[in-house]
Design a protein around this ligand. Structure first.
Ligand code: ADP
Length: 207
């Protein structure tokens, strides 16, 4: 209601009041839109914890292909190249959550790009004594070593919204999804050259 009525005010009265009024209405429209975005992301975060895991046999290669296709618009806009290793495993996981996980990581790889470099994101996986370790790597802006722990915390962001839009909830969701499946998540990064997010899925052990 707040969003639709402020948008209605903006449409109907833009230019008919004074310039202060136009500005105030624009702030209200933007605030309502942002509140919606935050609420949606928070609901997603809370659902990852409260819903039971629905484990199924998931072909992660096909799942990553679907995520890449869903992100087609963003990939095209950024001039990005997103690839995956041919051999990705089939494992027991909650397919919706796994999709969310890859979607957040690949979308971040595209978003946090260097201004002068087309984004390149690659998804790979390695077997280690029955467990699988996935990696999503990019050639983006990188993260300073002292902030590497902070990025998984709810609402923590390293940049202003004007530089890179977002709510700061995506990686907290990713970490929770991985942990619910009994795995661990970590990040390696070099400032100015790129970031790799790694997460391990135990062969058996989803919680
Ligand atoms: P959001 O993307 O909404 O800001 P996230 O929780 O996904 O929130 O990420 C938290 C912060 O971690 C980001 O604001 C950014 O500073 C940093 N970050 C995440 N992914 C990357 C990446 N691939 N490269 C560089 N920085 C990243």
């Amino acid at each position: 209601m707040v969003a639709s009525y402020t948008q209605l005010l903006a449409r109907r009265y833009n230019g008919k009041l004074d310039s202060d009024a136009d500005e105030f209405i624009a702030f209200a429209v933007d605030g309502a839109r942002r509140m919606q975005e935050l609420i949606n992301d928070l609901l997603m975060y809370s659902r990852v914890g409260s819903r039971g895991l629905e484990l199924e046999t998931v072909d992660t290669g096909r799942l990553v292909d679907r995520v890449i296709s869903d992100l087609g618009g963003a990939i095209e806009d950024a001039g990005a190249t997103v690839t995956r290793e041919a051999a990705l495993p089939t494992l027991q996981a909650d397919p919706m959550q796994l999709q969310q996980l890859f979607q957040n990581l690949i979308a971040n790889g595209i978003k946090f790009r260097r201004p002068d470099t087309a984004p390149v994101v690659h998804v790979s996986a390695q077997a280690q004594s029955g467990d699988w370790t996935f990696a999503v790597s990019d050639n983006g802006i990188g993260i300073e070593p002292q902030y590497l722990d902070r990025i998984f915390v709810l609402f923590q962001r390293l940049h202003s919204r004007a530089e890179y839009p977002g709510t700061g909830i995506g990686l907290a969701i990713c970490k929770k999804i991985v942990e619910r499946h009994g795995g661990t998540m970590l990040v390696h990064s070099e400032i100015g050259s790129g970031t790799t997010f790694e997460f391990t899925f135990p062969a058996r052990g989803a919680r």
